[in-house]
Each structure stands twice: as structure tokens, then as C-alpha cells.
Design a binder for this molecule. Structure first.
Ligand code: BG6
Length: 485
């Protein structure tokens, strides 16, 4: 589709930037904050890059006024941040910590004083460690009541001033990393447990949305999903089918539940056959169907390309006397071993020959951003807020004061242009929060991988002076927001 001119972004469009508590706040045990699972996990030797952790991070807890001042200079209309649950309720479901509440009160008030709309994420991966110890975290339905209490507390406290709320950040990412790959807490490698915990989180998401609608009727709430469009590697219908399977497996498995209250049938049947489907009761289904998000948060970094995964069925003669064959290692495994790789018969992830990559091997695909926004909007017909999009790079500080991150400007410019094309196509967009405002701690890549508009003078081994230094991209975004184009 070509246009003579693109639709302008609405006047009220929320040009923003984002962050997450664990990645910026520091002050991990200050003013009564309890430990979260990340405070504990990051101390396990070998789990994070160079043993980096969020104990100090970029010390936003003590620098928030300076950070908000910079946001204001930049002209940000919105700032997305998350609340650390264990700062509000240190043991997860017990007494509320007044000092924790005050920190976010002050931050919100400061943002509003500078005409910046706060966008709050309730959960960006940091459940209180106490709940992990007590119930096994998201593995237990008991955690839903604790989450509800936390939500009730923060809705009551901030609902009068904060309009936009995000429930869960990238549920697809933190469940896979935490319960399948053990590269995030709770450090588990069990696909069945992953699906079970994921279902419980879906219920918690629904409970939070319903509660919010009761308590903050004027507000808007929705989850933020890490979405990647799926492409077939060729026009071979088998590859097209594989890309469809991947779409169901990687995207619809979450989005259908959020927006329709049902799991996609194809994946559900497959998981049932493998014996790893979550247990969904009638009450669960009713709850999931009752909770409608007001918007969808989309985090976009890249999509994926897929091919049919050819699993050969060995002939009788190819079996050995025990009935095993070396021809199809997947099919010949016992069922519970197959169940650890449920996608194997559905699709295979392959390289896309058309797309360049970042230094970390993430595909750079601005057109995929337009594809993503259109697909999600057409399917679910909900307004979209882009809650993350950005480039991780090894930025260099020159002469102690300059960061020439033209590559980030090019990246953002290309993505925003495609977003504007999607807007012109008819997608309803509320805002765009670049990831991230300042540099911050990358969960697994320390401070080497930077995303911010503002450089933070610290490295993996030392906090240095934590000076805030606007990068070239800061001034570019400032100008862009001022002109709204
Ligand atoms: C998103 C997360 O998945 O990606 C952020 O919501 C994260 O918290 C961002 O920082 C970038 O990931 P990484 O691994 O490059 O730091």
C-alpha cells in the first residue's frame, strides 16, 4: 500500500519512553523494600553477565527528580515504569510499606507536575521472593489473592492520578525464560510447569483487569505483550502452515486469552496430546472471558521466520529390535521427552535472509513493525499502545560527554515511519514508548547493552559517578516530539 502522504499523529499521541523497576531503581533493600526473585536469582553465580545485579542499578530511587527533569526537557508526554511489588508489600501479601507507597507517589506527582502522563506496569518480572518461598510463586493459585491485594493497594493509591496501566509485561518471555530455560527466576526447566504457571498468570491478569474496572472506571488497562510477526521462509504451503503454527504457538496462545478469554484450539489439542496442557476449569473460563482489556500494549523488537520441520517417519525395517530408530530422534523419544520440545512437529525457526541484525543478533525489521500492528489490530480491534521498541547497542562515551548514537536514531526513525504507515492504514494507536529512557541494567547483558536516550556513566564492575548524559538520540527525539512528526 502506497500513500501520497501519511496521516499525522494525533495531537494527544503519547510520545514516551519506558523502564522497569528492577532495571533502574537500585535501593533493593532500602526503606523497607523486600527482596524480589530477581534480587535472589542475580546472586546465583553464573546466572547474569559478569554477575551484574540490580542492587544499585542506575539508582533511580535516589535520582528520580533528576531523571524526571530530563524527561521534561526532552518533552516526553508519557513515561512508562513499573512498580516493584516488594517495595509496596515487602513479603508479598502482608503489611503495606508506607515508604514504598510514598516513593511512587512522589514520582507520579513529579511527572504530573511536568505534564508527563505516568503509565504504570504492575508486574515487570519481580514477584516478591517471600511469595516464591511460601507458595512457589506463580506455580500456585494462592498467589492470585496476593496479587489482587497488591493491585487493590496501588489502584486505591494512584488510580486518581494515573490513567494508563499495564498488567503484565511480556508474559510470554518471563514464563519461557523462567520455567523452560532457567535463564530467569525461578530457574526451572519444565515445560509442563511453564504452561501451568502461565495459566495462573492469565487468571491473575483477568482478576486485576476486573478489579481495576471496578475501582478506576475512568482508567484504561491492558497487558503488554512481546509480539513478533511470523513469516514463512518460502511459499511452500507447508512452510506457510509452519508460520501459522508458530503464530498460534508464539502469539495467539496469549493474545487470544487476553482478548477473547479462550486458548487457541490447535495448540491446546497439541499440548493435551503431549500431556502438558494447563488445567482450565469452567470457572477459569468464565473469569478469562469476563475480563476485557481496554487496550493492548505491544512490545516490538523483531519477528521470526519459519519452515516446516520435516520429521521423517521411519519405516518398520528401520527400527531396531527395541523399536527405536535413529531416523527421527524426536518421534522416537518417550512422550515426556517430546513434551519438552512441543514446537518440534509444528515449525522450525530459521534465519531470514533479508534482515540485518543488531550486535546481539536480533533482526532489524521496521516493516515487521507495521505488519505486527496491523495483524494485532485487525484481529482484536483494540487500541494499541506501543509499550517498548528500541535498539540495544554498545554505546561509546566520547570525551566524557558525547554519545553519537546515530544508529539508534536511524533505527527509531525507521520504526516510527512504519508505525505512521500503520496509523495511515487505520490502526488505532494511543502512544509509543521507546525502550528505554535512560540506560539501564539489561537482565542478562549487564550495562554493555544499552538502550537509553540518556547515557548513564557506570559499567558492569563499577557505579562510577552515575552521571546522566543525554545522547545524540535524546536531542533527535526531543525535536521529533516538538514537531510531532
Ligand atoms: C524486553 C523487556 O523483553 O526487552 C525489557 O521487557 C528488556 O525489560 C528489553 O530490557 C530488552 O532486553 P535485553 O535482553 O536486550 O536487555
Amino acid at each position: 500500500m502506497y500513500y501520497k502522504s501519511l496521516k499525522r499523529f494525533p495531537k494527544k499521541f503519547l510520545w514516551g519512553a519506558a523502564s522497569a523497576a528492577y532495571q533502574i531503581e537500585g535501593a533493593w533493600n532500602t526503606d523497607g523494600k523486600g527482596p524480589s526473585i530477581w534480587d535472589t536469582f542475580s546472586k546465583i553465580p553464573g546466572k547474569t553477565y559478569h554477575g551484574t545485579n540490580g542492587d544499585v542499578a542506575i539508582d533511580h530511587y535516589h535520582h528520580y527528580r533528576e531523571d524526571v527533569q530530563l524527561m521534561s526537557e526532552m518533552g516526553l508526554k508519557a513515561y512508562r515504569f513499573s512498580i516493584a511489588w516488594s517495595r509496596i508489600i515487602p513479603d508479598g501479601d502482608g503489611k503495606v510499606n508506607a515508604k514504598g507507597l510514598k516513593f511512587y507517589d512522589d514520582l507520579i506527582n513529579d511527572l504530573l507536575d511536568h505534564n508527563i502522563q505516568p503509565v504504570i506496569t504492575l508486574y515487570h518480572w519481580d514477584i516478591p521472593q517471600a511469595l516464591q518461598d511460601k507458595f512457589g510463586g506463580w506455580a500456585s493459585r494462592k498467589v492470585i489473592a496476593a496479587f489482587k491485594k497488591y493491585c487493590q493497594t496501588v489502584f486505591a493509591q494512584y488510580g486518581d492520578r494515573v490513567k494508563y496501566w499495564v498488567t503484565f509485561n511480556e508474559q510470554n518471555v518471563f514464563t519461557a525464560m523462567g520455567y523452560r530455560w532457567a535463564s530467569h527466576p525461578p530457574n526451572v526447566t519444565d515445560v509442563k510447569r511453564m504452561y501451568a504457571a502461565n495459566h495462573i498468570i492469565n487468571l491473575a491478569n483477568a482478576v486485576a483487569i476486573n478489579l481495576f474496572h471496578e475501582m478506576v472506571p475512568e482508567g484504561k488497562i491492558g497487558p503488554s505483550f512481546g509480539y513478533g510477526p511470523t513469516y514463512p521462509i518460502t511459499a511452500d504451503p507447508n512452510d506457510v502452515l509452519a508460520a501459522d503454527n508458530a503464530d498460534d504457538f508464539n502469539n495467539n496462545w496469549w493474545l487470544d486469552v487476553y482478548c477473547r478469554g479462550t486458548y487457541p484450539v490447535l495448540v491446546m489439542n497439541h499440548l493435551k496430546n503431549l500431556g502438558i496442557a494447563p488445567e482450565v476449569t469452567e470457572d477459569d473460563s468464565r473469569l478469562l472471558k469476563s475480563a476485557k482489556p481496554d487496550f493492548l500494549g505491544i512490545n516490538y523488537y523483531h519477528g521470526g521466520t519459519f519452515q516446516q520441520n520435516k520429521i521423517e517417519h521411519p519405516s518398520k525395517e528401520e527400527h531396531d529390535e527395541k523399536g527405536f530408530s535413529s531416523k527421527d530422534p524426536y518421534l522416537m523419544q518417550p512422550k515426556d521427552a517430546q513434551a519438552q520440545q512441543p514446537e518440534t512437529p509444528m515449525f522450525k525457526n530459521v534465519q531470514n535472509p533479508y534482515l540485518p541484525k543488531t550486535e546481539w543478533g536480533w533482526e532489524i525489521d521496521p516493516v515487521g513493525f507495521r505488519v505486527a500492528l496491523r495483524r494485532v489490530y485487525e484481529k482484536y480491534q483494540l487500541p494499541i499502545m506501543v509499550t517498548e521498541n528500541g535498539l540495544g547497542a554498545k554505546d561509546q562515551l566520547e570525551d566524557g560527554k558525547v554519545v553519537n548514537d546515530q544508529y539508534r536514531i536511524d533505527y527509531l526513525q525507521a520504526h516510527i515511519t512504519e508505525m505512521q504507515r500503520a496509523l495511515t492504514d487505520g490502526v488505532e494507536l494511543l502512544g509509543y514508548c521507546a525502550w528505554s529512557f535512560t540506560d539501564l541494567l539489561s537482565w542478562l547483558n549487564g550495562y554493555k547493552k544499552r538502550y537509553g536516550f540518556v547515557y548513564i556513566n557506570r559499567n558492569d564492575d563499577s557505579e562510577l559517578d552515575l552521571a546522566r548524559i543525554p545522547k545524540k538520540s535524546f536531542y533527535w527525539y526531543q525535536d521529533f516530539i516538538r514537531r510531532n512528526s
